[in-house]
Design a protein around this ligand. Structure first.
Ligand code: SPV
Ligand code: MG
Length: 426
């Protein structure tokens, strides 16, 4: 008689006894095919796995309960199920309550067509890939990991989500933030908020030594990849040394903007910021890339044409030149409250043959949802200042309340408790 087929869909990152238990139970039902999700499929519902698909395949194929592996590119396994028509689908029962609920009900409906049976294995308490990752995080210096994750995010994730940080505390808070299975993929060391956290305006005043110290503080508490906002990058002769230093620290990418002369923040309503010439900025990219290539750090080029009220054609022309000079990604900035000009840019950018990841910073057009950005071909969204901006009014309010009340009792309700403050660093 033909052996029954048990299909086990899995991500299989950091294998633990919970996975083994599911595979063992599945092998009692029939021949086990693991539907191993690709990196790209995983990024659709949770963070990118620590190990890439090839490495996960090697590990899973050597487990004695597994007969076959099927590369699974849909995160809801629909194609794999249609192809195999398995007698059983075996899954941990945790998906009844997590963000895979919908997938569960789709799977149930799909396998009904050939009388397939869903078998749910009770979740193994006390162990999960997330808890294993947390243990690793605590014991690990992650420069290689950060760059590895960054490169794979660029390759596999449709829209990379980046959050602003400006010191150790903001990096800790931003890295710990989780909602269901989503979290921020990367960090952005913003020149605006880094300067502000030092009580300074955003005018390229913060020196390299201070930047180094801040990056060390950030990496001490977070394993997430970091993109460094290098403003104009300063003088080409100095920039080479800056890139070397940033690479040694473990920074994954540097953002250079095409401003020149006294720096004004791009979101200032009116400003007389000068934009660099295409020739000069391209030579900055070329020189930076010579060092960056050796050091495996990416150079992103940021276009200010739209914030300086120049036409989209100027921005597109610059994008082409910057890509030809070797930029690893393009950021288009805008200070409009709707995304029209950015989306028009996207449309024309998408037609460029040698295009690289497209990055946006929707600080002013903040009603625009991530799904809309992705639909328009954006690859990376940077939330460039929100963590610091949310802290400022809270601090202002408390300072004034203490003055008003002559004590801090009334402000207590607005604050984290001392006990919980102490716990942040556990
Ligand atoms: C930053 O966060 O420092 C940026 C983005 O460069 S913006 O402030 O919008 O220029
Ligand atoms: Mg900046």
């Amino acid at each position: 008689m033909k052996k029954k087929l048990a299909f086990v869909p899995m991500a299989c990152d950091l294998i633990h006894e919970g996975h083994i238990n599911i595979l063992k139970e599945a092998s009692k039902l029939g021949e086990v095919t693991v539907g191993l999700l690709t990196d790209e499929a995983i990024t659709k519902y949770k963070p990118i796995p620590t190990f890439d698909f090839k490495r996960r395949t090697k590990i899973v194929e050597s487990i004695k309960y597994v007969s076959k592996i099927l590369k699974t590119t849909d995160w809801d396994y629909a194609t794999a199920l249609e192809k195999l028509k398995p007698d059983f689908v075996v899954h941990g029962d945790d998906w009844k309550s997590n963000n895979q609920k919908i997938v569960r009900s789709n799977v149930k409906n799909q396998i009904k067509k050939w009388n397939g049976v869903l078998v749910e294995i009770p979740y193994t308490q006390g162990i999960s890939s997330t808890s294993v990752k947390e243990t690793l995080r605590q014991n690990f210096n992650g420069s290689d990991l950060r760059n590895n994750v960054f490169n794979r995010l660029i390759k596999n994730k449709k829209l990379i989500r980046v959050i602003e940080v400006h010191n150790g505390l903001s990096a800790l808070i931003s890295s710990q933030a989780k909602y269901k299975n989503s979290e921020f993929d990367c960090l952005w060391l913003s020149s605006l908020t880094h300067s502000a956290s030092k009580g300074k305006p955003d005018i390229e005043y913060i020196d390299d030594t201070t930047v180094t110290q801040t990056i060390n503080d950030i990496f001490d508490v977070s394993l997430k990849p970091l993109i460094f906002d290098a403003d104009s990058g300063g003088r080409i002769e100095h920039l080479k040394f800056t890139i070397k230093n940033l690479s040694r620290l473990g920074v994954s990418a540097i953002m250079l903007e095409d401003k020149i002369g006294n720096k004004v923040n791009s979101l200032e309503k009116t400003n007389n910021q000068k934009q660099d010439s295409i020739v000069n900025f391209c030579s900055k990219i070329i020189e930076s890339k010579k060092i960056a290539k050796l050091k495996e750090i990416k150079i992103f080029a940021r276009i200010e044409s739209l914030t300086l009220n120049k036409p989209i054609s100027d921005a597109i022309n610059r994008a082409k030149h910057y890509l030809n000079a070797g930029a690893d990604g393009i950021m288009i900035h805008s200070k409009k409250i709707n995304p029209k000009e950015v989306f028009e840019f996207c449309k024309r950018y998408n037609a460029i043959i040698n295009k690289k990841p497209l990055i946006v910073v929707p600080s002013t057009y903040n009603k625009t949802h991530e799904t809309e950005l992705a639909k328009n071909g954006v690859n990376m969204v940077i939330y460039a200042n929100q963590i610091l901006r949310s802290a400022i009014p809270a601090m202002q309010k408390t300072a004034i309340q203490i003055l008003k009340n002559g004590r801090s009792y009334e402000s207590d309700k607005d604050m984290i408790s001392i006990q919980n403050t102490l716990k942040i660093f556990d």
